[in-house]
Structures are given as structure tokens and as C-alpha cells.
Design a protein around this ligand. Structure first.
Ligand SMILES: Nc1ncnc2c1ncn2[C@@H]1O[C@H](COP(=O)(O)OP(=O)(O)O)[C@@H](O)[C@H]1O
Ligand SMILES: [Mg+2]
Length: 373
């Protein structure tokens, strides 16, 4: 996968930018608040279908303007393709998406065409953070490989919202709850089981890749293990059996209603999942050093790239937002070795130095200038 060029109009603080990228490392260099992350956010939108910062479409339009436009040309190994996203500012109007000039109807249809692995400082705390960070890791990675996963996840979240609203309302009026809870519980169990199976499978693949990475980094002294943890009261391996998971989840969702009403929320399902990460058999979150935790996070992000490569035959584009400056010399060196030969777009405030061969683009107040190529 090769991102060849990006054109932005009125995107965040970028009035207009037309940037071409080489096949190796491109460093986007500039002071704080100049537009470095904004550029990566735009590139990443073509991979995820939405802003990785969680911004709504209209928030990315340059203040007081009527629209934003983003275009990207990339090579997917077969041919060049141009994706375009047009974001109108008018309330009620929706974005327009095109693939080589042909309209794309749904966001889910765009995802998976251009693939990228985003790595930002928050990801360095993937291990210390609560379960949500690891669920997001799974969701973002699997969605790009399997667009149907994203569609199921969207459905699941919609059903979960309905079920939670019903639970909240039950304190005042129990009747609507009693009448419809079975329907929402069965929907949640059905969609949830599909998510569990995909997450179990992906976690196993990440585990294998992280283990290989660690053998490499530590000469086999440290053995990591990643285990998918579902919330349907089953053994890990049983999460591959969607019929069983659906049944087990449904039973849980139908037999503890007073507890759920007391808690005011749905207590079982993939929204409670986690990945247990251990190093030499000890839970990494509590026993690994900060350095080891960071190495694990790096290995998980590299795994995301390896798995994408296994499935598609091509490495995704790596987007590093300010991560190198966060790493010590050894980890920085390791990361650079591992991404050698792949396309990387990275941002930094500091000059990179250390003989890294890269194209350099500087950015000042949303204006990008090619410095070296
Ligand atoms: N919709 C917008 N319109 C104009 N400017 C914006 C918009 N959204 C964010 N910005 C500006 O973009 C700048 C931050 O850019 P960013 O890419 O995050 O900086 P950095 O170079 O530090 O990564 C801030 O000055 C912010 O005010
Ligand atoms: Mg930034």
C-alpha cells in the first residue's frame, strides 16, 4: 500500500495543501499547533472512515468556511486509486465519498480500501490503560480488515444504546422493559457473538506476532501472552463458537434484570471485553516495568501491520504521530529497523537527526513545504 499524494482544502487549519509522498519515510516537521496531526488525521480518515480524534465531520472544516475537501491517491498493488471526501458545512447535509469518481454509498464501503496503522503517544499506554483502549485497538484493526465487522459493531452499539435506555427507563416504568427486553437481549447476544469470534481470532494472531517480536527484542528472555477475555462466562477458546456464545450471552442478559436495573446499564457483552496481557506469566499491567509495557505496545502496533500484510499481501502505511520522541534510544532504533522498507509518515517537533534517511516536509501555520527529498 502506497499513499502517493494528498490534497486538502479547508481542512482544520490547512487552507490548501497538495503533498506528494515517497515510498519510504516522510517526516512532517514543525512547531506545536501548526497542523502536523491534522494532516495525519486527514490521511487516517481514508483508512478508518472517520477522524481518529473522534471529531464530527463538521468540526474538521476550517473555521467559518462552508466545506472541507480531502483527496488521496494511493496504489493498492494493482492500480492507482483516488478517494475523495467532500464535507459540506450546512446542517443536515452529509458527506460525499468517491472512489475514482464513483460514489461510495456507505462509510463501511470505503473502509478497507486504503489501509493504515496509526501509532500515537496514547498507544504507548495500551497496556496501562483500562480495557476500553484495548477494545478500541481491536475494533480499529479488525474493521480495516473486515468491513463487515465494522457494520456489526455499529449495529451492536445501536442495540446496546437501546437496551441501556430501556434499563434506565425501567426504574420509573417497568412495563415497556418487560415487554421488549427479550427482543433487545437476543439482538445484543446475536451481534455480540459475532464480535467475540472475530476478536478472539484477531487476538490470537496478535499474540503470535507480539511473541515473535519479543523473542527478537529480548533474545527470548521475556515471553508475552495476550489472551482474549470475553464476558459471557466461557473459556477463551469457546468464544469461537458463535452459537454457544449467543446462547450464553442471551441467558446472562435474561436472568439478571434486577441487577442490571440497579446498575443502570447492560452488564454483559463485548462492550465489557478485554485482552489480558502477561509477560513471563505475570499480568503486565501490574508487574511489567514502564519500558516493558511500552515495548509490548510497540509490538502490538507492529502486529497490526503484520496481520494486515498477511491478509492483503501488502504492508499498510504507518502513521506515527509524535511517537519517536517518546521512546528511548533502543526502542526508537528497534522501531525504525522494523519499519525499514515500508512507507511511514511521521510527525515530529524535534529535528530527527541520527542519520535517518527520509523526505522532510515542514509545516508552519497549516502551510506545508517540501524541505528535502
Ligand atoms: N476546524 C478547524 N479550523 C481551523 N483550525 C483548526 C480547526 N481544528 C483545529 N484547528 C487548529 O489546528 C491547530 C492544531 O493542529 P495540530 O495538527 O493538532 O497541531 P500539531 O502540529 O501540534 O500536531 C490548532 O491551532 C487548532 O486551533
Ligand atoms: Mg500533534
Amino acid at each position: 500500500m502506497l499513499c502517493k499524494s494528498v490534497s486538502l482544502r479547508q481542512y482544520r487549519n490547512i487552507e490548501a495543501a497538495d503533498i506528494t509522498f515517497g515510498p519510504g519515510i516522510t517526516v512532517i516537521h514543525g512547531e506545536n499547533a501548526q497542523g502536523k496531526t491534522n494532516l495525519l488525521e486527514a490521511v487516517c480518515t481514508f483508512a478508518l472512515g472517520k477522524s481518529f480524534r473522534g471529531a464530527a465531520d463538521r468540526d474538521v472544516i476550517l473555521f467559518d468556511r462552508e466545506y472541507a475537501e480531502m483527496k488521496m491517491t494511493f496504489a493498492d498493488g494493482i492500480r492507482d486509486r483516488t478517494l475523495r471526501i467532500f464535507i459540506p458545512g450546512k446542517a443536515g447535509m452529509r458527506r460525499v465519498m468517491e472512489d475514482n469518481g464513483v460514489k461510495i454509498a456507505r462509510v463501511a464501503d470505503m473502509i478497507g480500501q486504503f489501509r493504515a496503522v496509526l501509532f500515537c503517544p496514547e498507544h504507548l499506554s495500551l497496556i496501562q490503560e483500562g480495557p476500553m483502549a484495548r477494545r478500541n485497538f481491536l475494533d480499529v484493526a479488525i474493521s480495516q480488515l473486515r468491513p463487515v465487522y465494522m457494520a456489526t459493531l455499529t449495529d451492536y452499539n445501536r442495540v446496546l444504546k437501546q437496551r441501556n435506555a430501556l434499563i434506565k427507563q425501567a426504574e420509573e416504568d417497568r412495563r415497556p422493559f418487560d415487554e421488549t427486553i427479550e427482543f433487545w437481549s437476543s439482538q445484543l447476544a446475536q451481534k455480540g457473538a459475532l464480535l467475540c469470534a472475530a476478536r478472539l481470532d484477531y487476538t490470537k494472531r496478535v499474540c503470535a506476532s507480539v511473541a515473535a517480536c519479543f523473542a527478537d527484542m529480548t533474545g527470548g528472555r521475556e515471553t508475552p501472552e495476550l489472551t482474549y477475555m470475553g464476558s459471557a462466562h466461557l473459556e477463551t477458546e469457546q468464544y469461537a463458537d458463535t452459537a454457544l456464545v449467543e446462547k450464553s450471552l442471551f441467558e446472562l442478559l435474561m436472568s439478571h434484570h434486577d441487577r442490571e436495573i440497579g446498575a443502570g446499564t447492560t452488564l454483559w457483552g463485548p462492550h465489557k471485553d478485554d485482552i489480558a496481557v502477561t509477560l513471563n506469566g505475570k499480568e503486565a499491567r501490574f508487574f511489567a516495568s514502564q519500558g516493558q509495557q511500552r515495548s509490548l505496545s510497540i509490538a502490538m502496533k507492529l502486529a497490526e501491520g503484520e496481520i494486515s500484510m498477511e491478509d492483503s499481501g501488502e504492508y499498510p502505511v504507518f502513521l506515527f504521530d509524535d511517537v519517536l520522541s517518546e521512546l528511548d534510544k533502543n526502542r526508537r532504533q528497534y522501531l525504525l529497523e522494523r519499519i525499514a522498507g515500508k512507507q511511514v509518515i511521521m510527525t515530529t517537533c524535534e529535528p530527527l537527526g541520527e542519520g535517518i534517511s527520509a523526505d522532510v516536509i515542514s509545516v508552519n501555520n497549516g502551510l506545508f513545504t517540501q524541505v528535502k527529498s
